[in-house]
Each structure stands twice: as C-alpha cells, then as structure tokens.
Design a protein around this ligand. Structure first.
Ligand SMILES: O=C(O)C1=C[C@@H](OP(=O)(O)O)[C@@H](O)[C@H](O)C1
Ligand SMILES: C=C(OP(=O)(O)O)C(=O)O
Length: 413
C-alpha cells in the first residue's frame, strides 16, 4: 500500500487568503498550498498592503476590514484565475483607492466579462485597458452598496464565488440570481468557508443571499487538494495497486474527490473513510460515459487513463475546459493522437477508444499543469513519455514529479 501526502487545496487556500484579508483580526492558515497560484495570491495581497507572515507550515494574515493599506497598487495575478477574479473584487469593497491588475498572456485571454458586468451593475468603477471583460483592468474603489444582480456563471463558477465573497463587505448585502452555473461544488466550498469566517450566506433555488457584516478571523486548516489527488488515485486504478490519501475523506469540502466514484464505476475498489480515501486497482478498467460538469479539472486525468479501459470512455458537458490554462479538450485529444489513440471531440465532449499508447512520445503541455500531471499517469504504462514543459506543474504542485516518482508504483509497459 502506498500513502500519498498531497499538498493543500489551491481553491481553499485562495478563498482563505481572501477571507483572512477581509476579516477582523489575525487569521492563521494551517498547511496552505505553496505553489505559483497561491504564492501569486499572497504576493497580490502584500502589494495591496496586507501583512502575510509565513512559516513553512502556516501563513498568518492581518485582516483589514476597511480594505487595502495602500491607495494605489499594481498587482500581477500570474496565471491564477482565482487571483485574477477574486482580488479585483476584494479591492472593489475599499472606500477609496485605485488598483490595477494584470495577468499572464493566457489569463489575459481567459474570460471575465460576466463578473466585470455584474460588478459594474453593482456600481463598481471598473476600467479595462484593452479588451472589455479581460485583464488588464483597474478598479477605482469607492465601496459597494450591494443589492441584487443577475449572473451567468455558465463558463466559470469563479464569477459567482467572487461575488459571494464580496457580499459581507457590502453595505446592504447581496442577492445574486444565477442563470447558469458550472463547477457547482466550488460554490459549495465558498459558502462553507464564508460561514467558517462568520458570514451569513444562503440559497433559495437559483438565488444566493449574503448578509452584510464582514468576516471574523479564525484558524483554518486547509485540506489536501482533491484535484491533485486524482493523479494518485488514477495511478492506483491503472497499475492495480493501492493508494491512500490521508486528509481527504467523507467530510471533504472539495467536489473533485468525486473522481473516485468515476474510478469505482470503471472497476476500481474505493474506500472513503472519515479522514482518508483509498483506491485499489483491480486489474479491471471498464469504459463508461460520464458527465464531468461538476468536476471538470479531473477530465484530463480520466482522458489520460482512458486508452487502457476495455471500452470507449466518453466525457460529456465539459465545454468550459476549453477556457482554462489551455483548451484542454483539444490538448488531450492532440496528445492522445500523438500516442496513437483514436479520439473524437465535440464542442463539449471527448470520446476515447481503447488502445495501446505508443512509446517515446513528447507530450505538448501548452503550459498546463494538468496536462503534465495527467499524462504522467499514462507514463506509468507507457515507456518514454516526456514533456515539453514539465515545470509548469509549479502552478499547483511544484514537487509533483518527485512525489509521483516516490510513490514507486509498478510501471507495466
Ligand atoms: O473556484 C475555484 O477555486 C475553481 C473553480 C473551477 O473553475 P471554473 O468554475 O472556472 O470551472 C476550477 O476549475 C478551478 O481550478 C478552481
Ligand atoms: C483551471 C484551473 O485553474 P484556475 O482556473 O484557478 O486558473 C486548474 O487548476 O485546473
């Protein structure tokens, strides 16, 4: 049996940083994720004048309910969509100040318009430098009264998360009516964490309601990252071994842990306990059709093991994976074809035929950490897989290659 110690959740760390910054008091984050995305978020807060103190295992943030300590700042959000979508929203609540945000070339391309429109509907003075609804942008802050707003979160749930996080910082509170929503479990993480920081948030049908009143500082322990865990679970299912991830169990906040249900349907044995999850490969990997709208960060993980299934694997309802670190449907299809596997794709689906991936293929990563980590799993059964940019795993897991090698799973080419 192998034990995989997975670093902290990116989504939880990003939310915790926002909540801690906005809270009244000093917050301690226990085992936050240390990676490019979350370091970028913390650096953004520092630029805005928040104090973020760090030891290897904890981050301490001095909350500033009144907003950033500086009235002017230039923040580079790197490649992190949580940073690029949550931080401008945090500054909108300040009473005075001009804050400019920019991001990586890919993050500049990724959409933002439904969020910027909603913020403007709430009276936020938000100016784009180039294209509407894209970085770079400037927030000229003068507080937010709140009220009701309608939001299309059909391309990204992060728009909704950003607005909900803003809710307690408004004068009158916020009602958000949602017309469409992907990645819904991420919104559940948001509301659960808001409550942990003392906020009142509720939902009736398609409308979320957030009370004013700010946030209270707390000590918050960050769960291991469930999307990262998917590579280790998939590795177990593929190689017929057993992998246990401590710290992710029945009480986990992250929807991506549901990836183990997909592996169970394919034939793996899955045991979810209160504080750990174990996947055991049985030697059987069946094909299936699966809707991954709720857990689409794990689409590449499944695509990468799909050729080894006994029947076709069809993944549906994942259009928004086209607007992530790269167009993930195309990137997965291209790399599977390079491996000699038959693949078809549509606007929001991919279907992968069984096949034996060819050895010695260089995977085209498009700078996407999930492409690397997913095809590293394929590499357990395919000799000679290399990556044109193995280091891009730094976005969420700088030590991925070492940790994955340490797992010492049998590779059976
Ligand atoms: O809120 C979050 O922390 C995230 C939400 C999801 O994005 P979308 O809602 O854009 O699908 C997910 O893909 C991303 O990795 C993290
Ligand atoms: C899509 C992702 O990240 P983000 O949207 O937070 O940049 C991801 O980590 O797979």
């Amino acid at each position: 049996m192998a034990l995989a110690h997975i670093p902290g959740s990116k989504s939880i760390t990003a939310r915790a940083l926002f909540l801690a910054a906005a809270a009244d008091g000093v917050t301690t984050l226990v085992r936050p994720l240390r990676s490019d995305d979350t370091e970028g978020f913390a650096e953004g807060l520092t630029r805005l004048g928040y104090r973020v103190g760090r030891t290897p295992d904890t981050w301490q943030i001095d909350g500033r309910p009144q907003g950033p300590a500086v009235t002017e700042a230039d923040v580079y959000c790197r490649d992190g969509a949580t940073t690029a979508r949550f931080l401008p929203t945090l500054t909108a609540a300040a009473h005075g100040g001009t804050y400019r945000f920019d991001a990586s070339p890919q993050m500049r391309r990724r959409p933002l318009a439904p969020l910027t429109r909603a913020l403007r509907d709430l009276g936020v003075d938000l100016r784009h430098e180039e294209a509407e609804g894209h970085h770079p942008l400037t927030v000229v802050a003068h507080g937010v009264h709140g009220g009701e707003v309608t939001l299309d979160a059909g391309q990204s749930s992060q728009y909704l998360t950003a607005l909900l996080l803003l809710g307690p910082l408004t004068r009158d509170g916020l009602r958000v009516r949602v017309t469409d929503l992907v990645s819904e479990p991420y919104v559940d993480i948001t509301t659960a964490m808001m409550r942990s920081f003392g906020a009142e948030v509720g939902r009736e049908g398609d409308t979320y309601t957030v009370a004013p009143g700010g946030y209270r500082a707390t000590t918050y322990a960050v769960e291991p990252d469930a999307s990262t865990a998917s590579y280790f679970f998939a590795a177990a299912a593929l190689t017929g071994t057993e992998v246990t991830v401590p710290g992710l169990g029945t009480g986990a906040l992250q929807g991506d842990l549901r990836f183990v249900d997909v592996l169970r349907r394919m034939g793996a044995r899955v045991d979810v306990r209160a504080d750990r999850t174990t996947v055991s490969g049985t030697g059987e990997l069946r094909g299936l059709t699966v809707n991954m709208r709720d857990i689409s960060d794990t689409m590449p993980t499944l695509a990468a093991i799909a050729p080894f299934a006994s029947g076709p694997v069809r993944i549906e309802d994942v259009a928004n994976t086209r607007v992530k670190e790269c167009d993930r449907l195309d990137a997965c299809a291209e790399n599977l074809r390079r491996l000699g596997v038959a693949v078809t794709t549509g606007p929001d689906w991919i279907e992968i035929e069984p096949g034996t991936p060819a050895p010695g293929v260089d995977i085209k990563t498009y700078g996407d950490h999930r492409v690397v980590m997913s095809f590293a799993v394929t590499g357990l059964r395919t000799p000679g897989i290399t990556f044109d940019d193995p280091g891009c795993v730094r976005k969420t897991f700088p030590g991925f290659h070492e940790a994955f090698a340490k797992l010492a799973l049998p590779s059976r080419p």
